[in-house]
Design a protein. Structure first.
Length: 162
């Protein structure tokens, strides 16, 4: 019975030794990999130059953040300007005086982002050219529109495609 216990203790010692050897080998491999990464990171730089490098990078990041804020403000301003500029157009050519001037007359609508703008009606005749302007607010107008003006407005709104 004593020998059986000694044998068990010896086997247990061998197993524990093998486990310890495996764990030690894994730890050494991880240490070597970490050391290689550290060596690559530190190669060519001493502690002072590394600190200077980190400080320079911080300043560069701060400059980029300032430039980013400036760019965002410029984009907001451009977006406001674009929304207030004319973006939608509709034009209709027509003969205002039935065969007397050809299709030299036209009605043109110019609208912004909110479908507000103007309808221009230019009637061409032998005696001269007459230009009329009507205001458009949110796609509608208080002034009655002629057939050509209405068609021009509908083209600008996208209801009629060419």
């Amino acid at each position: 019975m004593v020998m059986d216990i000694m044998t068990i203790v010896a086997i247990a010692s061998v197993v524990i030794s093998l486990i310890s050897l495996i764990v030690a080998t894994i730890a050494i491999k991880k240490y070597n990999a970490l050391y290689r990464k550290y060596d690559m990171f530190m190669r060519g730089r001493d502690a002072e130059s590394l600190e200077d490098f980190i400080i320079e990078e911080r300043y560069d990041i701060e400059e980029l953040q300032d430039a980013d804020a400036s760019n965002k403000e410029a984009m907001r301003l451009m977006n406001r300007n674009i929304r207030s500029s004319f973006q939608k157009f509709g034009i209709v050519h027509y003969d205002a005086f039935d065969g007397m001037g050809g299709k030299m007359s036209f009605a043109m609508t110019m609208l912004d982002y909110t479908n507000s703008g103007i309808v221009l009606n230019c009637m061409h005749a032998r005696e001269g050219c007459f230009l009329y302007v009507k205001e458009v607010d949110a796609g509608t107008t208080d002034t009655p529109l002629g057939a050509e003006e209405k068609e021009s407005l509908e083209r600008a709104l996208g209801y009629i495609k060419d």
